[in-house]
Design a protein around this ligand. Structure first.
Ligand SMILES: Nc1ncnc2c1ncn2[C@@H]1O[C@H](COP(=O)(O)OP(=O)(O)O)[C@@H](O)[C@H]1O
Ligand SMILES: [Mg+2]
Length: 956
């Protein structure tokens, strides 16, 4: 299979696989339907060939897990059909006794996806009678041989074919070449794969067993000569298995219902007719069950999806056969083979030669034997054998097989292929019996015995038997015998006519498909391996017309194709024809083959077709096409990808533009909104401005809030940084109050900050300044200038003081020392002295001497002028101990006075006088000091005896 798969047809030696593969590949490539006709004599190997083909497809076709089931069913439908439809004959141990046409359906990928079987005329007579050396259908023996004990018991059967009348007439129930037991196993397994339910199988074997029981029914003649059934056991089993009423069945097997006008009369049968009725029932039951089986298998092979499928049909039909005695069945079988031979001739020899002529190709006609004349002899309307047979069957009056023979002699007696004893010459007469007629078939002479022809052609089943079967409870029988059949009063078509018609439609089916042929040659008559009987083979080669075929093939052309199709397939091989050829296809093909380089002897151009002589030419072209296909595919792919890319780009571009537009729109809308908002805001602002003086209302609310907000945020950056900074942002009218409050808070805050930053010394200093302020502010010139000059702790340190003095005032803490000028109270003589202040007293010190001590408790007051001089008078009480008031002049007048007044706690006792000052010299004696302003500061004793102090005027 591997070797033949996908290889060009003529490249390898002939083989069934080559044919199967070729049909398959052409089907895939051209997407059309095919059939493979397998012909040959009985036992030549048709059925085996068809199985090989099926196996080939099963192995080589692509498949999926899902399709595996279809594959198995296709394969396993065979053993089932063979069990029920094949039998051992003298010619073949596994002879097909029915015709089979099987369609294998493929999907577009070439995977087998379903199938359908048509069956043709099963040889029913075999059910009730077999010739010597032949058997009934396999299934009976398989059941008895292989069936489980339980099953047989249930069916009422014994495991011995010898017990059954229907199985032993050929006297060879057991055959060494057939293993019924293992075949049974295969069939049982196949049933489960082909989707048979257990009840189906039960019913099926019920039918098979019933047929066996029917065969064992025996009749006896009663006193009236009527048939009666002798032993009741079989009929009981049948009644059980088929589910029919026992007594009705019994009656149906012994009586015949005659319809006279409106009455129905039961007439008893004589013993011969009773046997006939029994056999007719067995044949009908088996025959219809076989049809049911085929339908059931079709149901399981059916592909339900509706996509288009292509098919390869396999025709494996009963082969041409000749026995010692040939009956109606052989007549039908051989007629069928005649028809197929006709088809073959039509489709090959005749068609091919006619085609050359039609196409105007130079051609020397090759003579061949056309068997149409024999087909006509059998099937021609009114004049053919079948018509004569039918006529005889339907004719009123006493028609018999012999009267039929007479009619034949009368009507077709002069036909070259027909002979009877009466018509034959002396020499041949002996070989023909009085009840025989002889046909000269394409494959040889066959002598048919007319006995049974009429009965078999009529194939009648008594009405009451049909009625019984219609009422059966067995599912299969119920389906096979429908009550509607009883109502139909029309006479059914005869068997031969039915067969003729079904063959007609088969030929039609085949004609619509592309053919392939397999011709099986039977090598010997003895079913022996490895033995080739020259005479026998030569005979077959001759009648099959193989020599003529060969001659036509040799002289003819291996390949022909309509111009259109050829061009369509190979146009890619030539630039001029690819992708389109504008002119007529014939010219296109001419251009194409010129381009490829066909030599003149390799081809001929007909009227509508190109003919290629050698397979190799075509193969070369095909190979080139295979190669170019890849290039084409690449180009198509590239183009397609380009298209996709462009489409995608366009889409993206459009999307980008759309996005841009949207975005711009959004921006514009936002801008417009902003402007509207701005206009609104400005409007509100102006309105607010107009209404700013009004009390808070919706019109000015926002404006006012804005003003407040701006003022406050601005103020944040302009708050004073220190206590002395008096700048304050001017508030809008509405915020004046707030501003005031804020200012205060701010000031307080600054002050607090300032205060927190003040040290103890500084505090002391400031306290002194405060006291100074209380005393001097606005009263004495030079005060303002003094404010910024800090007070010193002392103007002289302890080392400037004489130690003796320090010794004297030990125990008192020195607080302040400053150099002073002391003026005598009387003469106003100026003397340099030190003024030394402790916490308890003030001392006027001259070198090591304390000139005067003034206890603070005794200090009466301190006076200064309002001018810028540095003169101060310390007033003391007028008592003896005290020397009198002290007149001093010091550089730092504000500092000295303040310290003194504070140490003495006499701040309130300080006075600033204007013009003159009276002072106490000694008890009862007063002096005066006059203060004036002048160019130069000076102090002197005036002529009036007063101390005169001149100061320069300071601006303040
Ligand atoms: N190619 C073959 N090689 C050997 N034996 C074959 C071959 N074909 C068929 N046979 C034998 O011949 C028998 C009959 O073949 P079969 O196909 O049933 O014949 P047909 O269907 O033509 O009547 C098979 O059972 C098998 O034993
Ligand atoms: Mg066969």
């Amino acid at each position: 299979m591997e070797i033949y798969q996908g290889v060009n047809f003529f490249e390898l030696p002939p083989h069934i696989y080559a044919i199967a593969d070729n049909a398959y590949r052409v089907m895939c490539a051209e997407y059309n339907n095919h059939f493979i006709l397998i012909s040959g004599e009985s036992g030549a190997g048709k059925t085996e060939a068809s199985k090989k083909i099926l196996q080939y497809f099963a192995v080589t076709c692509p498949t999926t897990e899902q399709l595996q089931i279809v594959r198995d069913r296709l394969l396993l439908s065979n053993p089932v059909l063979e069990a029920f439809g094949n039998a051992k004959t003298l010619r073949n141990d596994n002879s097909s006794r029915f015709g089979k046409y099987m369609d294998i359906q493929f999907d577009f990928k070439g995977a087998p996806v379903g199938g359908h079987i048509l069956s043709y005329l099963i040889e029913k007579s075999r059910v009730v009678h077999q010739n010597n050396g032949e058997r009934n259908f396999h299934i009976f023996y398989q059941l008895l041989e292989g069936g489980e004990d339980d099953l047989l018991r249930w069916l009422g059967l014994e495991r011995n074919p010898q017990k059954y009348m229907y199985l032993i007439q050929g006297r060879c129930a057991k055959v060494s070449s057939i293993n019924d037991k293992s075949d049974w196993k295969t069939v049982r397994k196949a049933f489960s794969v082909i989707d048979f339910a257990e009840t189906d199988i039960e019913h099926l074997f019920g039918v098979i067993a019933s047929v066996l029981h029917l065969g064992n029914i025996q009749y006896e003649e009663d006193s009236n000569g009527h048939a009666i059934i002798t032993n009741g056991s079989q009929i009981k089993w049948i009644s059980k298995l088929l589910g029919v009423h026992l007594s009705i069945l019994q009656e149906a097997l012994t009586h015949r219902k005659i319809e006279a006008r409106s009455e129905e009369v039961l007439s008893p049968l004589n013993i011969d007719l009773a046997f006939c009725a029994r056999d007719a029932a067995a044949k009908a039951i088996y025959g219809r069950t076989f049809t049911w089986l085929v339908n059931k298998i079709n149901g399981s092979l059916a592909n339900k999806d509706l996509t288009r499928k292509t098919v390869i049909g396999l025709l494996d039909i009963y082969g041409f056969e000749v026995f010692d005695t040939n009956s109606f069945e052989q007549f039908c079988i051989n007629y069928c083979n005649e028809k197929l031979q006709q088809l073959l001739i039509e489709m090959t020899l005749k068609a091919e030669q006619e085609e050359y002529e039609m196409e105007g190709i130079e051609w020397e006609p090759i003579p061949y034997f056309n068997n149409k004349i024999i087909c006509d002899l059998v099937e021609e309307k009114h004049k053919g054998i079948i018509s004569i047979l039918d006529e005889e069957c339907l004719r009123p009056g006493e028609a018999t097989d012999l009267s039929f023979l007479e009619k034949l002699e009368e009507k077709v007696g002069d036909h070259a292929h027909f002979l009877t004893r009466k018509l034959a010459d002396q020499k041949t007469r002996k070989s023909i019996d009085w009840v025989d007629f002889r046909l000269l078939h394409y494959a040889g002479e066959v002598t048919y015995c007319v006995v049974g022809f009429l009965e078999k052609n009529n194939d009648l089943l008594y009405r009451n038997l049909k009625e019984v079967l219609c009422k059966s409870k067995n599912g299969i029988i119920k389906e096979c015998f429908l009550p509607s059949e009883l109502d139909n009063r029309r006479r059914p078509e005869t068997v031969a006519t039915q067969f003729k018609n079904s063959l007609g439609s088969l030929i039609e089916i085949l004609m619509s498909k592309e053919p392939s042929y397999i011709r099986c040659i039977k090598p010997n008559e003895g079913k022996e391996p490895g033995k080739f009987d020259d005479v026998l083979i030569r005979h077959q080669v001759k009648y099959l017309g193989l020599m003529e075929h060969l001659r036509v093939r040799r002289a003819g052309f291996a390949y022909r194709r309509k111009y259109e199709l050829f061009l369509q397939r190979y146009k890619s091989l030539c630039p001029a024809t690819w992708p389109h050829w504008p002119g007529p296809a014939a010219d296109g093909v001419e251009t194409l083959i010129k381009h490829i380089g066909y030599k003149p002897e390799e081809y001929k151009l007909g009227r509508t077709k190109i003919f290629i002589r050698f397979p190799r030419t075509l193969f070369a072209t095909e190979d080139a096409f295979e190669y170019s296909k890849h290039l084409l595919v690449t180009r198509i792919q590239a183009r397609y990808k380009g298209c996709l890319g462009k489409r995608e780009y366009k889409k993206q571009k459009e999307a980008a533009i759309k996005l841009e537009a949207c975005w711009r729109g959004a921006l514009a809308r936002k801008e417009a909104k902003r402007r509207v908002w701005a206009v609104e805001t400005i409007k509100r602002f102006i309105k607010g401005f107009i209404n700013r003086k009004n009390p808070l209302c919706p019109e000015n609310d926002e404006f006012i809030r804005f003003v407040q907000y701006t003022y406050l945020t601005k103020l944040r950056d302009h708050v004073p940084k220190n206590v002395l900074d008096k700048n304050w942002l001017k508030p809008p009218a509405i915020l004046e109050e707030t501003s005031e409050m804020l200012k205060k808070i701010c000031m307080r805050n600054l002050v607090r900050q300032y205060c927190q930053g003040i040290t103890a010394e500084k505090k002391a200093q400031l306290q002194q300044k405060v006291v100074a302020s209380a005393i001097f502010r606005g009263k004495k010139d030079g005060y303002l200038q003094s404010i910024s000059q800090p007070f010193a702790d002392t103007r002289l340190s302890e080392k400037d003081i004489n130690p003796k003095v320090l010794q004297l005032i030990r125990g008192e803490k020195i607080k302040y020392v400053t150099p002073v000028v002391k003026y005598d109270r009387n003469g106003f003589k100026a003397r340099e002295r030190q003024l030394l202040l402790t916490q308890a007293a003030a001392y006027v010190v001259e070198m090591a001497k304390i000139k005067q001590k003034i206890d603070y408790a005794a200090l009466k007051g301190i006076s200064t002028s309002n001018l810028s001089d540095g003169l101060l008078v310390v007033h003391v009480p007028e008592d003896n101990k005290q020397k009198g008031d002290v007149i001093l002049q010091c550089e730092h007048i504000f500092e000295t006075v303040t310290k003194l007044s504070m140490l003495a706690n006499k701040q309130n006792a300080v006075q600033v006088v204007q013009g003159s000052l009276q002072f106490h010299i000694s008890s009862g004696k007063e002096g005066m000091i006059a203060f004036t302003t002048g160019q130069e500061p000076q102090i002197y004793k005036a002529k009036n005896g007063r101390l005169t102090v001149v100061s320069t005027r300071t601006k303040s």
